[in-house]
Structure formats: C-alpha cells, structure tokens
Design a protein around this ligand. Structure first.
Ligand code: V47
Length: 366
C-alpha cells in the first residue's frame, strides 16, 4: 500500500505484531513515515486497547489563582501578585464554584493553577475536604507535580507524607501538567525556575506507590526536537513499566498567543497528528491517549481520534482559562454531552462516558 524503505517496513510490521519499538525506531517513524501510515499504526494500537470506544467525562476545572512563583516562558496565564489581571479566589469563592456544579452531573473536579506563594498544603487539604463535602459523588483530580512539590516542601514534609495527607483529604488522582519537556537543555530555556524532570517523575512515582493514579503530558511544538520528544516519551514509558500508575497521556500543543515565546509561532495540524500517533505507538503501556479539545480546538481533537487518541477529556463548562488566554479556538470552552457524543460518533467511534478511573458511567440525561 505504501512505498516504504525496508527499515520502515520492518518497524511497521513490529508495531502491527504488537511489539514495542525502540527510541531509534520511533525517530525513524517520526521523521520518515507517511502521515497516513502513522495514523493506521496508531489506530491499530488504540483499537487493541480500547476497541471502538472513545471516552469522555463530565468535568469542570477550578483554577484558584493565576499568581505563580514561577515564570514559565510559554505561559500566557500567569500574572505577578498585585497585577490588575491577577486572580486569587478565596475559599468562599472556590466553594461557590463547586456549589454551582453540585447538580450538574459532573463526576470530576480538576484543580490546577499557579504555584501560589502563600496557600500551603494544609490550606489545600482542607479545601479538598470541603469540596468533597459538597460533591461527594465527584472525584478530585488535583495539582500538578510542580504545585505538589512546592506546597509539600513548604510544609516541611516528605513527598510521600504530603501526598498521603492529600489522599486522606479526598484527592483521588493527579493531572499530568508540569511535565513540559524533560530534556534539560530545553527545559532550562522554557521554564528555568520550574522543578526538574526528576522531581516531576519522582512525585508521580510516589503517587503511584500509594495508589493515586496520575496522567502525564508533554508540551511540544516550540524549540524541542523529535529526539527530545522521544526522550520524554521514553522516560514516561520506563516509569509506567515500573509502577503501572498512569492512566492517560496528553500531548499539549504549544499555543503561542500572549506569552514571551510568541515569536516562535505554532506547529501545523499535521505535526499535531504525527505527535499524537507517535505517542500512541510508543507508549504501549499507557491505557489512554487524550485529545484535549480546549487546547487543540474541537475539530483537531476530533481528527486526533483517527491518529490513536481514545479520550476527549470532558465537558469543561467554560471553567479553564489556560488555553483561551494562549489563543486557542474556544474562548469559552464548553461541550454538552450530546455534542461530545456526536463528535465521537461522527469520527466512527462509540462514545463512553467515563469517570476519573475510566469506569463507564451509567447513562443519565444531559
Ligand atoms: O503544564 C501552559 C500547559 C499544562 C501553555 O491530566 C500550555 O487530564 C500549550 O496539564 N500552550 C497544564 N500548553 C494543563 C494540563 C492538563 C490539561 C488537561 C488535562 C490534563 C489531565 C492536564 O498546560 C501545563 C503546560 O504544559 N500550558 N501554557 C501554552 N501556551
């Protein structure tokens, strides 16, 4: 069907037979494989894992603050304390956002924001307890490894003890943010103040050891190379071999509006699909690959389902600003469950509403 070189034919046959590929093979695929072949191979891997199903959930985000002690060059969202565009919701305001979703059918509250200089581990543990009191039926998926490392260090605790405290307070999962690019020469240019790759990986390892599932991300499409992307995937695959604690991998495309790297521009949708497919193929031990529509836009997220993604994330209900502030298509990101299901069906897949742990949710009305 394709006019391929012998090495590419060999790699495609390996993937087709369900075997793992090496970093060099991944690089050959990334640089040389026709886009359509990447799609076919990624879908083959996806359908071995999740058949014709594509998942979504009913969720909303809480972004308690955009004040952050770090100043990542790609971030369009962070503001210094005291800036007119900074927000810093107090507990009452956050809990009223939760109250507003109490009867929405949401099964997940995703909390992520700036690394705040003042709010500490005990504040957040208490906040999670209060959120769970309002919405006991929803799972709290909260804080990037970078936020966790900061708040736990400020409290003078070991990572494991800090995570145990949050788990006891109701934190049931950890999102994948803060991973950016692990390769140090790039990481130190795009987010020099942020915790290291090892800090990110060891926080996720600790979480997995105490039974907290997590996600992982990559921020791609800026100054990194394919070698850097594959190195990133390789470190995640190794940790997953060790712990099995990751649920989903989310390729996050660098969106270029209103940040100090804006001059770089953005990569093409073709590049997005190559990245999505390669992630699906390389991360053979990750159950799910997410097409995160508030970042990709709805159309590109739908196309990503033909390149191995099997999860569209959630309904969101206009509750996240990270991507709209960076120039994403949806300035008030919201999808009804009906729209979500139509989008998945028209891509040829069977929509399944899931909870945070990928258990199917009993059907209710929209
Ligand atoms: O770590 C910030 C990224 C992440 C930009 O686990 C940017 O289910 C692109 O991790 N262009 C936070 N990306 C969001 C995140 C996430 C999102 C959805 C689902 C899950 C999950 C996790 O957002 C940051 C950073 O990599 N980010 N600015 C930007 N300009």
């Amino acid at each position: 069907m394709f006019d391929l070189t012998d090495p590419l034919k060999g790699i495609a046959a390996e993937i087709d037979a369900g075997r793992r590929i090496t970093p060099d093979e991944a690089l050959a695929l990334a640089e040389q494989a026709p886009l359509a072949l990447l799609g076919l191979l990624a879908v083959r891997v996806k359908e071995r894992k999740s058949g014709k199903e594509v998942y979504y959930n009913r969720n909303f985000h809480i972004e308690p603050t955009n004040v952050c002690v770090f100043n990542c060059r790609f971030c369009s969202y962070r503001r210094p304390a005291g800036s007119p565009e900074a927000w810093d919701y107090d507990e009452r305001e956050i809990l009223s956002q939760v109250e507003a979703h109490r009867d929405s059918g949401a099964t997940e509250v995703h909390i992520v924001g700036g690394v705040h200089p003042r709010n500490d581990l005990y504040y957040y543990a208490d906040l999670i307890r209060k959120i769970k009191r309002i919405m006991p039926q929803a799972s709290v998926k909260a804080f990037t490894a970078i936020e966790l490392a900061y708040m736990i260090r400020q409290a003078g605790l070991a990572p494991r003890d800090g995570l145990l405290l949050l788990k006891q307070s109701g934190m049931e999962a950890i999102p994948g943010g803060g991973a950016e690019i692990f390769a140090e020469p790039v990481r130190s240019r795009i987010c020099p103040e942020k915790g290291t790759a090892d800090e990110w990986l060891s926080m996720h390892r600790e979480a997995h050891r105490i039974g907290i599932p997590t996600n992982a991300t990559i921020l791609y499409g800026h100054i990194e190379s394919w070698e850097d992307r594959i190195d990133h995937l390789d470190r995640l695959r190794s940790l997953q071999d060790e712990t099995g604690g990751f649920n989903a991998f989310i390729p996050l495309k660098y969106r270029s509006r209103n940040n100090s790297m804006s001059g770089i521009g953005e990569v093409s949708v073709v590049e997005d699909m190559r990245m999505t497919a390669l992630a699906r193929i390389y991360l053979d031990n990750f159950p799910h690959i997410k097409a995160y529509w508030p970042m990709f836009g709805k159309t590109t997220a739908q196309i990503a389902l033909a390149f191995g993604a099997d999860d569209m994330d959630g309904t969101i209900d206009d509750s996240t600003k990270i991507y709209s502030m960076a120039g994403a298509e949806d300035q008030s990101p919201t999808m009804t469950t009906a729209e979500m299901e139509r989008t998945i069906r028209s891509a040829g897949y069977e929509p399944v509403e899931r909870d945070t742990f990928y258990r199917p949710v009993r059907k209710t009305t929209d």
